[in-house]
Design a protein around this ligand. Structure first.
Ligand code: NAD
Length: 444
């Protein structure tokens, strides 16, 4: 099939590359000329495992092209995917300006029947809005259908998620359009759920909100465990063994961040208020999430601070991990941003390391307040404490004795619970994690 994908970011590039890999002819569009230049050179502008190889292969085979011209791409395609950004506004509402702009450009380029698929995460009713925008701006009388096909991929494992999604949701009332899209997805051999458009739009937000709820729930349990002297990891294992609950998204720590959960939860809250169906549970989910970073930084201040107005002045703190999660360079709503700001505010000198997100972090956190290092060991050298912010694999296998020996004070605050307290204590390090008792170093 001839497909075009508008918006070549994390979702658009993966979608385009996978459809091309399945044998379709795909054109990916982006308004960012530099990005398109990079892609045309055969390079990948984002860090996503397996994506660069898939892009390069399909480009070589002539099935994947890149352009800045939406008109060119739309005219050549029968199915048009909208994968542009839907960032939050100040009040939590979703900013649909990129979707609206894409819809206008599609309308102006219409030259025959098209299926227009919204893959961007958009509030319920946006499909109707896209249809109206296209109706208002088109010069061609051809038929078109607007469909909701929300995306559920996770950065860091986006190719796998796109090739093996748990389900494919197609929101349309047109049987013919549902059949056409089902045909496109058929080679994946995954469950396809056809719904009306409004339900499909809500499925995406409700899924993310439910996962965010699990995270805030286990974090509240962690608070309880700390008071009660219990171990949240054991409790999570016990809860997750129940098949009605499942083990995923029950890791206590710094809470959810990233480019999706915070904005999607806020957007659903906003929509539910707007529609007069208050969603009180979600308000509590957001409130607990907002307390996670202050809670951890407060523990650092209590342990190391001198009680003064800048309690951490003269203290050096290593920040291990900057990306919002492992296997991505995405810094949007990363917990490291707030952690660095709070520790800096308290007077600490910060030295950070992340395996892939350092360049993006420099642009967001800045280069004045943080010294960027080449390894976790370098960041921890002469530090008064290390804070684990992102659970990168390479941190899990660190030589803790070596790390501790190089520190001024061997203390770890683990925002992701990646170590066992015994293991850290045995390496001669004091260890403060989440929802578990702190442990003092043992003689080595
Ligand atoms: N990133 C994820 O993990 C993820 C997962 C599921 C769903 N989503 C949703 O998918 C959508 C895209 O997310 P993303 O992370 O890929 O965003 P992104 O910011 O990485 O990419 C969006 C791209 O669209 C381009 N763009 C914007 N307007 C355009 C226009 N009119 N014409 C051409 N290009 C345009 C931008 O330049 C940018 O490169 C969002 O709605 C997001 O909520 C994201």
């Amino acid at each position: 099939m001839n497909i075009c994908v508008i918006g070549s970011g994390y979702v658009g590039l993966v979608t385009g590359a996978v459809f091309a890999d399945m044998g379709n002819d795909v054109i990916c569009v982006d308004m960012d000329e530099e990005r398109i230049q990079v892609l045309r050179k055969g390079e990948c502008p984002i860090y996503e495992p397996r994506l660069p190889e898939m892009i390069a292969h399909n480009q070589r085979e002539g099935r994947l092209e890149f352009t800045t011209s939406t008109a060119f791409a739309v005219r050549r395609s029968e199915i048009v995917f909208i994968c542009v950004g839907t960032p939050p506004k100040e009040d939590g509402q979703t900013d649909l300006s990129q979707v609206e702009a894409a819809a206008k450009e599609i309308a102006e380029a219409l030259n025959g029947p098209k299926i227009i698929v919204t893959k961007s995460t958009v509030p319920v009713g946006t499909g109707d809005f896209v249809r109206k925008v296209i109706e208002a701006h088109r010069h061609d009388g051809s038929s078109f259908e607007v469909v909701s096909n929300p995306e559920f991929l996770r950065e860091g494992q986006a190719i796998r998620d796109t090739l093996q999604p748990d389900r494919i949701v197609i929101g349309t009332s047109s049987e013919e359009t549902a059949a056409r899209l089902s045909e496109l997805y058929r080679p994946l051999e995954r469950p396809i759920l056809v719904t009306d458009m409004h339900s499909a739009e809500i499925i995406k937000y409700a899924s993310n909100a439910f996962l965010a709820t699990k995270i805030s729930f286990i974090n509240s349990v962690a608070n309880l465990c700390e008071r009660a002297g219990a171990d949240v990891k054991a409790v999570a294992k016990g809860i997750g063994a129940d098949t009605r609950i499942g083990p995923s998204f029950l890791e206590a720590g710094l809470g959810y961040g990233g480019s999706c959960f915070p904005k999607d939860v806020d957007s659903l809250l906003h929509t539910s208020q707007e529609l007069g169906a208050p969603f009180e549970v979600l308000g509590a989910v957001v409130a607990e999430n907002a307390r996670r970073v202050p809670r951890l930084t407060q523990r650092v201040v209590e342990r190391l601070g001198d009680g003064g107005p800048k309690p951490l002045s003269g203290k050096r703190i290593a920040i291990l991990g900057l990306a919002f999660k492992p296997d991505t360079d995405d810094m949007r709503e990363a917990k490291s941003i707030e952690i660095c700001a709070r520790l800096k505010e308290a007077g600490a000198a910060l030295r950070a390391y992340d395996p892939v997100a350092m360049e993006k972090a420099k642009a967001i956190i800045g280069v004045q307040d943080v010294e960027y290092c080449r390894s976790a060991y370098e960041a921890a050298q002469h530090a008064d404490a290390a804070v684990i912010v992102t659970e990168w694999r390479e941190f899990i296998q660190l030589n803790l004795s070596r790390l501790g020996d190089s520190m001024n004070r061997p203390i770890i605050f683990d925002g992701r619970n990646i170590y066992s307290p015994e293991q850290v204590a045995a390496a001669g390090i004091e260890y403060h994690s989440t929802g578990r008792s702190s442990v003092m170093p043992r003689e080595k």
